[in-house]
Design a protein around this ligand. Sequence first.
Ligand code: MRU
Length: 350
Amino acid sequence: MTSFHTIKWLDPGLVSMIDQRKLPHKVIYNEYQDPAAVAGAIKDMVIRGAPAIGAAAAYGLALVPWHDKIGRLEDVYKKLEHAAGILRKSRPTAVNLFWAIDRMMALVEEINYSSVAELKERLLKEALQIAEEDVVTNKAIGRNAMPLIPDGAVIFHHCNTGSLAAVDYGTALGIIRLAHEEGKNVFAFVDETRPRLQGGRLTAWELLQYGVPFKVVADSTSGHYMRTQRVDLCVVGTDRVAANGDVANKIGTYNLAVVAHENKVPFYVAVPKTTIDMNTPSGDQIEIEERPAEEVTHVGNWQITPDGTPVGNPAFDVTPAKYVTAFITEDGVVYPPYEENLAKLFRELE
Ligand code: MRU
């Protein structure tokens, strides 16, 4: 367990989240009791990272019956529909958001409840379960990755995919952390991840706590390092994998994958099955979030561009499947051909 929590349910009916906008300088926990405020926290990136966003949405919905004061089921159902609508609009790319909302709303729609109290207990149980499953999944991803991580591995990582991006432990960063815990002497190159600096602020903050040796580097350095020194592998997380294996992840991932390919460095994607979207045929159908211009024109409160500068700020890009060496999931490592082997991963479940 980490010494901090990314997201946690507190009685009576509060969702507590570490405010990731303030890290690494301030460790502050915000408490929410209203699903619209949870949606706002997702949008403003108080909480971010695909699995963490999913858990936040689930807890956000659990808040609805918790704070009902009247006790009429019909009213609570309506409020839940409304809250689900607001949460769905918070961020478009991470499929975990929609997956978690659908899972919670299926319980609302498919069960005949006799009271609001019963609905309240059931939704909280499910949200807690979603959170618990995430931690178990991340640890399984880490274990499945270990045969791919040589002793002394030099690893490139992008964005933040650690405990802060999940309920705990994390996906790609969880792999690096586990390799370190197993005494593998790994070293991480940490992309700073412009414009929100998830690498420089958040991944660095986590790795310092775990004692993993690392170096923060500008995103544009990967070509230089891969050409001039030994890099053994890249490992990244993802917000959505399409059925053909195309990967949506933090902007800059595509550049990293192309550079890795050019330099014959394996490029792995750590992915819980909740992030694989078999209903989206390819990366072309994944909505890429465009975020506010201020994220590019400013670093913190400091404006770095002239007034009136036009800006493009896509938060994610799509890495074509052909650049992915393998997907590391909780159920094993998946190699190409992805269309076939990702489908098999889900068929085997049934
Ligand atoms: O915009 P963010 O910080 O939410 O983007 C996060 C990422 O791109 C992560 O790599 C992804 O969500 C996987 S986190 C386990």
